[in-house]
Unconditional design. Sequence first.
Lengths: 522, 522, 522
Amino acid sequence: MGKTTLAFLFVLVLSFPGTAIATGIPISDPTAECIDCHASIHPGIVKDWQESRHAKITPSDAMAVEGLARKVSSKTVPEEIRNFAVGCAECHMQRPNEHKDTFDHNGYDIHVVVSPDDCRLCHAEEATQYAKNLMSHAYKNLAENQLYQLHEQSIIGEIDLNSKSKPKATLPASADTKAETCYYCHGTRLKVSGFEIRDTEDVGELEFPIIEGWPNQGVGRINLDGSRGSCSACHTRHLFSIEMARKPHTCRECHIGPDVPAYKVYAASKHGNIYSAMHNNWDFNTVPWTIGKDFGAPTCAACHVSLLTNTDDEVVVERTHQMNNRLPWRIFGLIYAHPHPQNPDTTIIRNKDGLPLPTDFEGGFASNYLIGKDEMESRRKTMQALCLNCHDASWVNGHWRRFENTIRTTNAKTLAGTQIMQEIWKSGHAAGLEQDNNPFDEAIEKKWSETWLFYANTIRFASAMAGGGDYGVYANGRFQLAQTLLELNSWLKLRKSIPGLKLQPHHPSPRIQKFRKEGWGP
Amino acid sequence: MGKTTLAFLFVLVLSFPGTAIATGIPISDPTAECIDCHASIHPGIVKDWQESRHAKITPSDAMAVEGLARKVSSKTVPEEIRNFAVGCAECHMQRPNEHKDTFDHNGYDIHVVVSPDDCRLCHAEEATQYAKNLMSHAYKNLAENQLYQLHEQSIIGEIDLNSKSKPKATLPASADTKAETCYYCHGTRLKVSGFEIRDTEDVGELEFPIIEGWPNQGVGRINLDGSRGSCSACHTRHLFSIEMARKPHTCRECHIGPDVPAYKVYAASKHGNIYSAMHNNWDFNTVPWTIGKDFGAPTCAACHVSLLTNTDDEVVVERTHQMNNRLPWRIFGLIYAHPHPQNPDTTIIRNKDGLPLPTDFEGGFASNYLIGKDEMESRRKTMQALCLNCHDASWVNGHWRRFENTIRTTNAKTLAGTQIMQEIWKSGHAAGLEQDNNPFDEAIEKKWSETWLFYANTIRFASAMAGGGDYGVYANGRFQLAQTLLELNSWLKLRKSIPGLKLQPHHPSPRIQKFRKEGWGP
Amino acid sequence: MGKTTLAFLFVLVLSFPGTAIATGIPISDPTAECIDCHASIHPGIVKDWQESRHAKITPSDAMAVEGLARKVSSKTVPEEIRNFAVGCAECHMQRPNEHKDTFDHNGYDIHVVVSPDDCRLCHAEEATQYAKNLMSHAYKNLAENQLYQLHEQSIIGEIDLNSKSKPKATLPASADTKAETCYYCHGTRLKVSGFEIRDTEDVGELEFPIIEGWPNQGVGRINLDGSRGSCSACHTRHLFSIEMARKPHTCRECHIGPDVPAYKVYAASKHGNIYSAMHNNWDFNTVPWTIGKDFGAPTCAACHVSLLTNTDDEVVVERTHQMNNRLPWRIFGLIYAHPHPQNPDTTIIRNKDGLPLPTDFEGGFASNYLIGKDEMESRRKTMQALCLNCHDASWVNGHWRRFENTIRTTNAKTLAGTQIMQEIWKSGHAAGLEQDNNPFDEAIEKKWSETWLFYANTIRFASAMAGGGDYGVYANGRFQLAQTLLELNSWLKLRKSIPGLKLQPHHPSPRIQKFRKEGWGP
């Protein structure tokens, strides 16, 4: 489990009820008071914290570390927390006036939800980088894009059993449904709707805030201090472990389905094989993380986040919590792969048809909103610098050429499917945007969605991560893409071949009519 | 690999052929004689046993353990096995007259299949609890429910290539097919059909019983002493390891498919992430199992089976091998989620229409056979007591409210699909129960089955275990549920739109006619 | 991580830039020179090599090992490499005239791609066995079978957006697409297309070969010395680890999709459960590998490759890199399961209809090309000898009887589907071989392909590996097989029921006409 690289300056034995842990770090009075009760009430999280780095070093000592090993990126840290372990109070009592869920708890101002702006006190660079990460806008980018909302509604909305449009989902999804579906990963918008008194087993009646959208650890959560994101999405509370964030299981929480099968592809890749077979011998806790010395094959974090060095102690790539600054291409989630958006707020994008999409339905890029060639080149080079520590240039270039070939060919196949879908809309066998209808809410539209949302995405992940032939072919890959395109076509051909077939009537949606006339928001 | 918490009283070095193991425990003469040969013949299982708790402590010593650490729950243990390691003879020679597979083997009465009633000699409480577990009735509940048998037949039955009904499965599945499909997990009914002489490589001709349904480790196996179940389903022979039973891979053996994707959902949950990343540092062998001290996130066993304590040595939840007594809702396997059955024998249930189902086709509960509100409340509280060791009440309540919302909404969507299916049956485009036909054996009926058997189930698992957005949305979740409902509807609409379409004729099944007139058995 | 079983004769401390590793083995001058630069440039692979067996023993010392523990199977090893660690030069500089990618690199003749014929210098028996392995012919068997090429084309070919046949894939796939799909696992054909000068960061301009088909680690790769295969497919460079090859994650790289779900099935099997829960206590590095002592449940390698002994040091099964000589039946990849081909080159097979298939479309075996009863019996016994170390004969026989029952029943169901497909072709609703058309490139043909390529295969894997009920039933098993057969039938019935339905015209393919008249090549 790695080596402890920081010496403890002095040792102090704490004794609080239910635990008997020796740590070398002074604990603030408020934190000691928290632990006094919570070690008994919540032993799981108190124990995790006790094993965390936060319990084992003060910010002062952490700031004394020089060079790449330094984990506290802030130049200054508030004096009142600088010389204590980073305990309960050091996080849950910071900036009380900023947090709408601050409540009086045994004489202290406590807030439930710790936000990136709390973590920023010590980890300023990471918080700033993360604010540029698409993920930090994952709530807004979905909830405030009216076209995406049509897609969302068609999947998680409720069905009016008495409506003629059954089984279309015409009723809105409840907040509870939203919180455990799209917004489980994207993050919820938190809101304090009041306060309530609960009768606690241990100390009688206490008052707590009622928080809508809670619990949630989604990457784009809107916090009660207005900040975006949740550090605990990856640095799971209360270990806040670098080890856990560096292992691929963290990413699996949200990157596992056919829309974004990163974990599955990784697990079947050569890198994933090496990780699975050998990682018990690696060190996931060292900072910086040294290729060859600490680990033998990249995990998700190695390629996308971590500060890596080589065995000459040279920096191979800088740490980034923006994550996409090693990625020229955005390969999932939309109808076509395209250069990454310039701005993490993608609700501002409009394609040539005025739709809030980074490409048009024919695959053309909304280039004004996307990064340009130079930035793409720079990001490609940053990523490749990493690959080149185990692979020679011909290997890396060959891999990359294949990846960009796959972006082109999957986009071309998605276009073939979209052209058939457009023919279906024109033929009157289904109704899309041109007919002022939701383009995602009919059976055949769901089949079309599969082509780009599942199969083209999976193929691109398999290509990007050299993730084995199966995910590129038979496991939601080119077999299923070919099959689904043929089925779209066969569906239309059959209907055209039936003499006298009666068409279903379609009714324009006033809401969509309005969007198409007046624009898609915000 | 955990710590040995029991002191061995004396040490005795055994030497038998092919092994050279020192253990501190006296071994009975018959067991020593077994090992004499089988250490060479079956080194895999003998070695496992030697590493097991059973080889390392006698029942007497195990019974001397006081308090929660005690693993032998029986108040008394037969004197003849009390002072030896629990070896071959102590299990395979117990209660010889009860076991139909008892045979003479080198002068000993041996039976092949060890049953829960053998294990009961030392582990009485667990055996008694398990008899109340739905799983112990998994064979009977499937094999003796005539409606489930229609479903089973439509999936695993054979096809008569010369029949007009091809490719419907009109011929019965063979015992061999049954044993490796449904009954692999549900358990087979074992039966001694005779004895045979086999020429063994090592000691010449020997007689052995011929056991139909063997091998099998299914949870509801009908044993040769009449008992139900197989402890080795989870406590894999011959380690019988608590560690293995507590890790989630054991449950994965039967809980992995789209009908019951518990393992997949767990692996993608926050809990599963913590387990995957950190469990090498945990202790899976301590009894009781202490939250925070021994493990940092729950596995399947932690929530559903194990005796858990907090770091104050207080019991958080009692051990249960009934397993569903922490579960108010039964969320999979049937058309609608519903309160758990009162009785593990579900063949006795009749819904308002006389069908052997816990709900009717419209989703109404067969409440007379299901647990009531009080019992549901009690079970909810038992489970939540566990959650509260790492989460505060607002977190736990928020999670639970979402879960019950999901039960309601998935039941409502399943109802929408069933209403369309009923319309299809009425329209004559398929034939269901009302037409005295198998409601599961046509292409469109299989599509309907997907809505509740795969997608509603997966969505509920994702909700119950906070298992990530993907299993609730794109990985056999709400996307597929929405799509399949739309396809059911579109299938019917197309047929209604075709002028002059010829309907396929349907023929009533005399067997189903009889069930509908005379009741569904047994 | 296992025990080092070979004593090092003397210790010599090497120091090269960027590393500080002590090893006991002399390193050749050329290898030392390689490491001099590459330890800095490619720390990942140099570090792996330093931890490999190759860095820790000379061939001479390895050859001095007697008995089953010997890993160097060659009787003689070239003198010039015998007394050094097997380093860079010892592999990348062997047989320079044989390798078309040999280039001058700082005065040395280096080749990029190390082949099985290089490895053969020390590992002659393994290389010879592997040449008999179907996998070594995986490139040829796919690329030179014209019927398989029709299947491949229909999946990975490109779509001509302006063609009437859209969305059929009528344009050939590019080399880049091929290399990351079918040939990722099957292996590419490597070819040196020229040489190029690259400006390297560290030492300026250098010349390197341009290799088409690179990178690739596929099992049937055609190497630049004409040999077939890639040892690094399983013994990942540059650890070349037995441990990694013995763990199931290696096989997962290519055996994960619905066509060949070996890893998924294993992971859900009892064996996979035991592996997952307990393997941290096993030793994956010992040779021979002893059942019970070194490991407690088989991995892929244990059953299919490794030299296994029992605890009496008797050989249970010999090592084989042919892999199928413990397998009577070939259970995946084709329309029906059948006895294994006699020759690893399957392009020579012709069925009774002259097609390059090991069975005809009705399921009859092309027996002249397949192994006979005696060989099947012998292979069955070899495999069962292994099972019998943990299971008694009735268990093993019962398992095997079920497996052969499943081969029969899945073949019968596939026949039912193929009969419907043939009826569809005859009816004119699709066009197959009889109509001089690709039998795999229409929507309904893809559905037919699913029956044998995904579902029958998955069912057989679940049976062969006792891999749980779910993969035999609901997880791409008998449920989906039954459903798809019903859908094939329903598809045809609907079309037959529509009065006046217009058939789509079909045009014979001249290429297929030629194959059918003149034979399927080569």
